[in-house]
Write a protein that binds this ligand. Structure first.
Ligand code: ZN
Length: 246
């Protein structure tokens, strides 16, 4: 079974479309680590797609915020404005779907997915210390997570943690073969709003048979996504950051 692992799409249809075109034929199922919506200009298009294409998904903090399940006082003004705009846009079917998204972690076969930390869906796993705490409580060898919008993750072998990275800026993919006796926290990166200084859409492919993960990056039509954000009246910063991947 080959699972396409995506996360943090954030209603960016152009980025999602480019990823699906590049990944066509390479996977059996699509699995999402949350934040389908929020920030971007196409929440209904992305949720329509999600409803018929995702095999497994967990909710993200922006999914919760956009449907009123999160206290918006915790959000910065830009994220809050985007959440309120999204709630106003959603069709009744998509609002219902987003409200019902399950909380992570969610077990799938021999791995699991979470939005933030497997211990707390809203917590960011950013550094080795964060990963160390999470590893202490993992009951599976492989966990995929999102939330930070940074492709890579962490590997833990005999009590030693090392940080993982996606492909370098000049290349489009990088494969990581899993070692035995090692646990992995893998971040596929963000489709719709990368924050690791690489503006290309990010995702990963997990091959359960060969026990490997391939990280991918794909350029997409950022200008169109930016124009839609501006036309929707969303904060300009949300358009600007797409071009710099930050
Ligand atoms: Zn996110």
């Amino acid at each position: 079974m080959r699972d396409l692992i995506v996360s943090d799409i954030h209603a960016n249809w152009e980025a999602l479309e480019a990823v699906l075109a590049r990944a066509a034929g390479s996977y059996d199922r699509i699995v999402c680590c949350g934040d389908l919506i929020g920030y971007g200009p196409d929440p209904n298009r992305v949720l329509d797609w999600a409803r018929s294409n995702l095999a497994y998904v967990v909710r993200g903090n922006h999914d919760k915020a956009a449907v009123g399940l999160e206290n918006l006082e915790w959000f910065n003004p830009v994220a809050r404005a985007a959440a309120l705009w999204t709630l106003h846009e959603l069709t009744p079917e998509n609002l219902e779907y987003a409200k019902e998204l399950p909380k992570g972690p969610l077990p799938i076969d021999n791995y699991q997915i979470a939005h933030g930390s497997p211990l707390d869906e809203d917590e960011y796993v950013v550094c080795e210390n964060d990963a160390d705490q999470a590893f202490a409580y993992l009951d599976r060898d492989v966990t995929f997570f999102g939330h930070t919008h940074v492709q890579g993750g962490f590997a833990l072998a005999v009590r030693r943690i090392r940080e993982l990275e996606g492909p370098a800026h000049g290349s489009r993919e990088a494969t990581l073969d899993f070692d035995p006796d090692t646990a992995y926290l893998i971040n596929p990166g963000s489709i719709g709003q990368p924050r690791d200084r690489d503006p290309r859409a990010a995702w990963a492919l997990y091959d359960a048979e060969s026990r490997s993960v391939t990280y991918y990056r794909e350029p997409y039509d950022i200008e169109t996504a930016q124009a839609k954000i501006r036309r929707a009246g969303l904060p300009d910063m949300l358009a600007h950051r797409l071009a710099v991947g930050q």
